[in-house]
Design a protein around this ligand. Sequence first.
Ligand SMILES: Nc1ncnc2c1ncn2[C@@H]1O[C@H](COP(=O)(O)OP(=O)(O)O)[C@@H](O)[C@H]1O
Ligand SMILES: [Mg+2]
Length: 298
Amino acid sequence: MTDQAQMLRNLVMKREQERTARLSNAGQRTAKLITVTSGKGGVGKSNFTLNFALALQSMGKKVLVFDADIGMANIDVLMGVTAEYNLYHLLRREKRIDEIIERGPGFLSFIAGGSGMSELFSLSQSDLNYFTEEIERIAGEMDYIIFDTGAGLSKENFNFIYSSDECLVVTTPEPTSITDAYALIKVVSSKGNDTAFKLIVNRAGDEREADQTADKIMMAAQRFLKVQISMLGYISEDRHVVQAVKKQVPFSIAFPNCTASREVQRIARSYMLVPASTESGTLTGIKGFMQKWLRRTK
Ligand SMILES: Nc1ncnc2c1ncn2[C@@H]1O[C@H](COP(=O)(O)OP(=O)(O)O)[C@@H](O)[C@H]1O
Ligand SMILES: [Mg+2]
């Protein structure tokens, strides 16, 4: 092994030990909690979550996917499986968390969301507290718990983001998706939250477009919010994703060698290498400036 590779490994190990120590001081939680979210809807969060989870699992990690898209849950549909129990049964106190974990393709553990649940009742603070306690119960058995949330600035979304160690923000290169992603980051960081953000650019035309998309958000966040965000990676526009959705099989299982599959593998590899940074931000942004700034840099 080269000196450089050894140094990198030592660094990763040291950070990992620090993280474990920090978490065990805070409680018994050991799994890293990751929230996948976006400003705008339909940008590819659920497809990313599933295939990212499968990629981490293929690298030997224990992963649980949690469909936290209250009201529009569809992780089970993307996997072509019917879940007997879901988040609804948990929040209704009918089942404990370990009883609602189902297995999808690739033996991936997941918890299905309750479709249409938001119409039935909205989450109270005590529901959310109970939910957090249940998550803590299983966190000891997992390396990663990944929440696939809905888009936007709902109270539920904030709760997932605030209780996570890391927030992966998915955006496409579309200006509306970029401004909405920035708006989400702005609101979250304005509450003095120290969740680390990482960007995923999905449906990119090419690497250059992905980099430019991420740069716009990272530079605006740095300049106006004083928040450091890194880009975790990108996934190209790939027709195999649409085909896989129609087949109801995760694209990395249906088409393991397609561009999107190779890219999600790469994202998982770099995710496991680079330790999370935590940087809290303060709000100094100027309202509407992002819009103008985007127009100028188009
Ligand atoms: N990389 C991609 N290439 C092509 N189409 C994609 C890609 N990612 C997502 N899509 C399309 O976008 C749709 C919405 O994706 P989904 O993961 O359900 O988004 P979200 O969870 O953000 O609402 C998919 O059904 C698919 O048709
Ligand atoms: Mg979704």
